[in-house]
Design a protein around this ligand. Structure first.
Ligand code: ZN
Length: 495
C-alpha cells in the first residue's frame, strides 16, 4: 500500500521508500487516524468516497515584488478537474445535418464528441461526432453543484478575476460527469523575505492554497504533464532560477496518516524560485559608498598639522555613507538582523572611523614630540616629526591597498554570483516540500508530519531513542519526485 506506484516504476531508491507518506494510493490518501495522540479517541477515518480534484497552475507573470511590504503580485491561470458523481442526465440538444433538432438526456458522452442520448421518445440512441453539426449541453446551475472550494491563505486583499470562472463538461458516463473549471487570477500574496544575503539574496515566493473541506470530501492531486509549463517572466528586479523552477513549480502537500488533530484539509503550494538582480543596488549604492570611502582616504594627502582639514573631510564622507544606509533602509523591510549590504556599509563606516582615530592619535603624538623638543628634554629620538609624517604616509598607502583589495574581492564574489544554496533557503523558509528529520545519533531519516513539520520528535528507532534530532527541508534537487505523485487525468469513456 505504501507508494507502490513509485516502487513499480523502479525509479525509487531505498531512501525514497522511507520517505513516502504512508496511506497513499494514486495520489490520494485513502484513510488516516485522527486524534492519534489520545488512545481512547483515536479513530480511523475512511476517505475512499472523496472526490479527486486535479489541479494545474500556470503562472504567466510575476508583476511586482514589493520588498518593503513583503508581497508579490502574480498573474496566473488555475485549472481544476473533477468528477461529480451527482451530476447526471444533463439535457442536450443536437442539431443534425438535416437541420432537425434532437433533444434528450445524456447517458454517456465521450471527450471526442460521441454521445449516447436518451431521446424524448424513450429510445436510447448513439450519435457519432460526424453525425451532428453542433451540440448544446444545457449547463446545470453550477452554484448548486459540488465545487472544490478553496482559499489562498496568504493573499493580500481580494484577488481580481480577469474574467468569470469558466465551467465545462468534459465527458460523462453512468457514474457522473467530469467537469473542468478554470479561472485567471491576478492576486497579491504575502511572503516573508529573507534578506541576510541582500542584494545577492534568493527568494522563495509562495502561494498557499488550502481546501475548505476536509480530505474526506475532496483531495487535490497535481496534474501530471509530459510537457511542463515554462515560466520565466519575473519582474525587473528578479530572475527565475530555471533549473529549480523546472523541477518544481507547484505541489500538493501530503496528508498525515497519524494526525493529532480532528481533521485535515488538502493543500497545494505554488513556489517561485527567484534570484535577485542586484545590479541596481551595486551600481547605485554600493559603488558610491566605495567611492566615498576612497575619497575619505584622500585625507592622508592633507598634512598632519592641518588636523581640522583632515577630520572635516573624513566626517563629511561619513555622513555621505550614512545617507546611503538610510536609502537602503527605506527600500527594505525592518529586520532584526543585518543584511549583507548593511554589513558592507557598516564596514565602510568603521573604515572611516579608523582613519579618523588614526588622525587623532597621530596629531596628539606629533604635538607631544613638539613639546618635548621645546622643553629641551631631548630623547635622542626615532620619532621626529618628519618620521611620523612618513609613517602616516605609509599607513595611508596601506589602508588604500586594504580597501581596494577587500572591495576587489567582494566585486569578484558579485561577478561570480556566489549565492547561497537552495537548501539553506528552504530551511530558512521552512518550506514543507519534503520536510524530514534526521537523528544525529544513528543517522536515521524519516518524514516529518506535515502538520507539525516545525517541531522535532524523538528518534523512532527504539534501540536509539535519541532526542538529538535535526530538521531538514529537502529541495526538489535532493528529492525530485514530489512526495504526492502527480496523476494523469482519467480517460474519457469509449462510446
Ligand atoms: Zn536514532
Amino acid at each position: 500500500m505504501l507508494c507502490h506506484e513509485m516502487i513499480e516504476d523502479g525509479t525509487s531508491s531505498d531512501e525514497d521508500e522511507q520517505l513516502c507518506p504512508p496511506g497513499y494510493e494514486s495520489g490520494c490518501i485513502l484513510e488516516y487516524y485522527k486524534l492519534c495522540n489520545d488512545a481512547r479517541k483515536k479513530k480511523l477515518v475512511d476517505c475512499r468516497q472523496m472526490i479527486k480534484v486535479y489541479v494545474e497552475i500556470n503562472p504567466h507573470e510575476i508583476k511586482t515584488i514589493d520588498d518593503q511590504k513583503e508581497e508579490f503580485q502574480v498573474l496566473m491561470m488555475m485549472k481544476l478537474w473533477w468528477k461529480d458523481p451527482h451530476l447526471k442526465n444533463l439535457r442536450c440538444t443536437l442539431r443534425m445535418d438535416s437541420g432537425e433538432d434532437i433533444t434528450g438526456t445524456i447517458v454517456k458522452f465521450s471527450q471526442d464528441g460521441n454521445i449516447v442520448m436518451k431521446c424524448k421518445d424513450g429510445r436510447t440512441r448513439t450519435f457519432k461526432k460526424s453525425e451532428y453539426v453542433s451540440k448544446h449541453i444545457q449547463e446545470p446551475d453550477w452554484d448548486k453543484q459540488f465545487f472544490p472550494s478553496f482559499t489562498f491563505i496568504n493573499i493580500q486583499g481580494e484577488c481580481n478575476d480577469l474574467f468569470k470562472p469558466i465551467y465545462e463538461v468534459v465527458w460523462s458516463d453512468q457514474d457522473g460527469t467530469f467537469v473542468s473549471w478554470r479561472r485567471k487570477i491576478d492576486g497579491t500574496f504575502a511572503e516573508r523575505l529573507e534578506l541576510h544575503y541582500f542584494p545577492l539574496d534568493r527568494q522563495l515566493c509562495r502561494i498557499k492554497i488550502t481546501a475548505e473541506k476536509p480530505i474526506e470530501d475532496f483531495q487535490f492531486v497535481m496534474l501530471k504533464k509530459d510537457h511542463k509549463h515554462h515560466f520565466s517572466r519575473a519582474c525587473d528586479t528578479f530572475k527565475v532560477d530555471q533549473e529549480m523552477q523546472k523541477l518544481c513549480g507547484s505541489y500538493v502537500r501530503y496528508c498525515d496518516f497519524e494526525l493529532p488533530f480532528p481533521s485535515q484539509r488538502s493543500m497545494v503550494n505554488v513556489i517561485f524560485h527567484l534570484d535577485r538582480q542586484g545590479d541596481y543596488y551595486f551600481n547605485n549604492m554600493l559603488l558610491m559608498v566605495f567611492l566615498v570611502n576612497l575619497m575619505g582616504l584622500c585625507a592622508f594627502a592633507i598634512p598632519l598639522h592641518d588636523a581640522s582639514g583632515r577630520l572635516s573631510l573624513v566626517s563629511s564622507c561619513f555622513l555621505a555613507v550614512l545617507a546611503y544606509r538610510y536609502i537602503i533602509n527605506e527600500i527594505l523591510p525592518r529586520k532584526a538582523y543585518l543584511t549583507a549590504a548593511d554589513k558592507y556599509i557598516t564596514f565602510a563606516c568603521m573604515f572611516l572611523i579608523v582613519i579618523c582615530l588614526q588622525t587623532v592619535v597621530f596629531v596628539i603624538w606629533r604635538r607631544g614630540i613638539e613639546e618635548v623638543k621645546e622643553g629641551q628634554l631631548s630623547l635622542a629620538s626615532l620619532w621626529t616629526r618628519s618620521t611620523l609624517d612618513f609613517y602616516d604616509y605609509v599607513l595611508g598607502v596601506l589602508m588604500f591597498i586594504v580597501w581596494v583589495a577587500i572591495n576587489g574581492y567582494l566585486w569578484c564574489l558579485w561577478k561570480l554570483s556566489r549565492r547561497q544554496d537552495w537548501g539553506s533557503v528552504y530551511l530558512e523558509n521552512e518550506e514543507p516540500y519534503a520536510p524530514i528529520q534526521e537523528c544525529q545519533a544513528c543517522g536515521l531519516q524519516w518524514l516529518s508530519k506535515q502538520c507539525l513539520h516545525m517541531e522535532t520528535s524523538k528518534c523512532p528507532d527504539p534501540s536509539c531513542g535519541s532526542s538529538e534530532v535535526q530538521r531538514k527541508y529537502l529541495t526538489p534537487k535532493q528529492h525530485p519526485d514530489p512526495l504526492v505523485p502527480e496523476q494523469y487525468l482519467p480517460e474519457s469513456p469509449h462510446v
